[in-house]
Design a protein around this ligand. Structure first.
Ligand SMILES: [Fe+2]
Ligand SMILES: [Fe+2]
Length: 273
């Protein structure tokens, strides 16, 4: 499938944002504690996950001859560091709201990064990263294309839209590094399989950990989940994203969503940085 390489030739600026989460309520999304915790769950896995992405890509920096790709790697690393910083401020918001999250975060780090990461070959770590970057770009497109973030507290909405726009800006960096160092289809598929298991496993675990701290019945959790599904917040787009990633000729730039990022960044006056 042909695609426009214009997006990969644009610079990837690092933006410092400085969000203030002090006024965000517990039920910040759809006025639902369940939907809020589903989103908090994925927020909890971002910062350390994104630092892993950067380590995985930087591991191969010396093998990359193309100066343009090297510059994009630097932009990608800067953006991910900035995301990690802002999301960790949101951790403090959760603690100020009374949630205990540190024990879960310690366990997540121990399992994913102290135990698993050193046992996985570097090329598979890079492939997992490329697949997870495809998922973040897919979620980013949903967040910018659809109206559901209109139902989030303004600060969380701004955090997630900014993060979404930057995920689209750097969506092909890890994939291009993977193609440059090992373009075997089997490596790409193995990375996707592992990425899927890790993302869904840790996301579900974080959400359950937060919900377990609420005085809420399983029936109410199911009712709020069903309400979210009826609004169209479902996983179908996720399945479509997996299917497109598994096409042998896939490249992230085939997904036409750059205008969503550019329009949003323009609207907040931060297109250039
Ligand atoms: Fe990110
Ligand atoms: Fe990313």
């Amino acid at each position: 499938m042909p695609y426009d390489r214009a997006s990969t030739s644009r610079p990837i600026p690092v933006r410092k944002m400085g969000f203030d989460f002090s006024q965000v309520p517990k039920k910040w999304f759809y006025d639902s504690i369940v939907v809020s915790h589903i989103a908090n769950g994925v927020n909890l896995i971002f910062p350390d996950g994104e630092r892993f992405f950067v380590r995985s890509v930087r591991h191969y920096l010396r093998q990359i001859d193309d100066p343009a790709l090297r510059a994009r790697v630097r932009g990608f690393a800067g953006q991910e560091a900035s995301h990690g910083h802002e999301h960790e401020q949101a951790f403090e918001m959760l603690e100020a709201q009374g949630y205990e999250i540190r024990a879960w975060l310690d366990r997540y780090k121990r399992i994913a990064f102290d135990t698993l990461e050193p046992r996985v070959p570097p090329v598979l770590r890079l492939s997992v990263t490329a697949a997870l970057e495809h998922f973040t770009a897919t979620m980013a497109e949903e967040g910018l294309r659809k109206e559901f973030l209109d139902h989030a507290h303004p600060v969380m909405r701004d955090l997630l839209r900014w993060h979404a726009a930057e995920e689209i800006e750097h969506k092909s960096v890890a994939y291009d590094v993977l193609q440059a160092v090992d373009d075997r289809y089997a490596v790409r598929v193995a990375g996707m399989a592992m990425a899927l298991a890790l993302l869904l496993g840790f996301w579900r675990s974080a959400t359950q950990m937060l919900l377990a701290q609420e005085d809420i019945s399983q029936a109410q959790i199911e009712a709020e989940r069903a309400a979210a599904r009826s609004r169209g917040q479902n996983k179908r787009y996720f399945l479509r994203a997996i299917a497109s990633y598994l096409r042998p000729s896939f490249h992230p730039d085939q997904v036409d969503n750059d205008h969503l990022a550019r329009d949003y960044l323009q609207s907040i006056g931060r297109l250039a940085g």
